[in-house]
Design a binder for this molecule. Structure first.
Ligand code: GH3
Ligand code: MG
Ligand code: MG
Ligand code: MG
Length: 329
């Protein structure tokens, strides 16, 4: 609900009471009173630039004793907090020069003295209506802004999700492709060597057949966490390449270093001792790995990327062909 708060600035006690009885017949939630300029500035807290405005509408008697109503009006309107507040002047003076000055000072309307009830009610009522419209528009805009912030956050989350493998929580093929291209370009720029490990679980079909697909999924998660743990440098990058195949990108790494990391991974997976009783080669889950490394001397093309992956794939094939549970370069 939109609340309307009104301040009456008048030093005449009888006038205050009269205006109060009028206002109580309109849609007003709070009525406040001040009698002097100083009291008004104080009440409005003009020196504080961060608070919400204390009132929506100010009814300002222009002939306060020894004070200039137009000055008060100006001063209130100068505060950034009270830019939107509406000021209605009550004045006995109606010469053009004076009124021009009052409007220039920021007054939105004026009521002639002596006050006629019907005129007072009509003018204040239309000010209240206008104020309500403005306030509800501001509230709507705030809501929209909050909503669009939420959408932005959801979008960010979705973008992230699109790059993460749902089962293992490590990067997916899409992010692998992006990262490999980026790292190849960087390797060319920095004239460093880049290594790639491709990994495939040995006799994993048999594993699924023996323990069920669910257990197979658990096994994939375990393998993924070994890969993450062995991607020690910030730039090392592990991903699920597909089904039961994984890949690790190792920037600034040559053959020797890559072989070492591949062997660490293979041994760490053996050390998990994930039972695989029907495996033809071991009692536990094992993996085969193929490694390639490259000094990028030409433009990074799709052809170059493919041949780099193919080299690791061929090494992996060799590992499978020559007994599995091993690393081949
Ligand atoms: P090899 O040693 O030659 O790699 O033999 P393999 O049985 O591991 O290879 P193959 O390509 O014949 O079988 C791969 C299996 O991996 C078959 C497939 O059902 C399983 N697999 C692929 N993706 C998933 C998955 O997300 N979850 C589970 N549980 N199994 C999967
Ligand atoms: Mg496979
Ligand atoms: Mg296979
Ligand atoms: Mg396999």
């Amino acid at each position: 609900m939109i609340k309307i708060k009104i301040l009456i600035v008048d030093d005449d006690q009888d006038m205050r009471m009269l205006l109060k009885t009028y206002l109580e017949k309109l849609e007003v939630d709070e009525i406040h009173f001040t009698a002097t300029a100083a009291e008004t500035y104080d009440f409005l807290n003009l020196s504080d630039l961060k608070t919400e405005p204390k009132v929506d509408l100010i009814i300002l008697d222009i002939i306060l004793e020894a004070e200039n109503g137009i000055e008060i009006c100006k001063k209130i309107k100068q505060s950034p907090v009270y830019q939107e507040v509406q000021i209605i002047m009550i004045t006995a003076q109606q010469e053009a020069g004076f009124l021009r000055e009052a409007f220039a000072a920021g007054a939105m309307d004026y009521i002639k003295k002596p006050i006629k009830k019907i005129e007072f009610m009509a003018r204040v009522n239309s000010a209240i209506k206008l104020r309500k419209e403005i306030k509800s528009r501001i509230a709507r805009e705030k809501e929209l802004l909050a909503l669009s912030e939420k959408l932005k956050n959801v979008n960010k989350k979705l973008e992230k999700m699109a790059l993460v493998d749902g089962l293992t929580g490590i990067s997916n093929r899409r992010l692998f492709d992006k990262t490999l291209k980026k790292e190849l370009k960087r390797a060319r720029r920095k004239e460093t060597e880049l290594a790639l490990i491709m990994l495939d679980i040995d006799h994993f079909k048999q594993y699924n057949d023996t323990y069920g697909h669910q257990e197979g999924d658990e096994c994939l998660k375990e393998i993924a966490s070994v890969l993450e743990a062995n991607s020690k440098r910030a730039s090392d990058f592990a991903a699920r390449y597909g089904g039961e195949e994984f890949a690790v990108i190792l920037p600034d790494t040559a053959k020797g270093g890559a072989l070492k990391i591949a062997e660490d991974i293979r041994k760490d997976i053996m050390a998990l001792k994930l039972e695989h009783k029907n495996s033809p080669i071991a009692e536990y889950v094992t993996v085969s790995l193929g490694v390639s490394s490259l000094q990028v001397k030409t433009e990074v093309s799709q052809k170059l990327i493919k041949s780099f992956i193919d080299k690791a794939d061929q090494a992996l094939y060799q590992a499978k062909e020559t007994g599995r549970n091993k690393t081949v370069y």
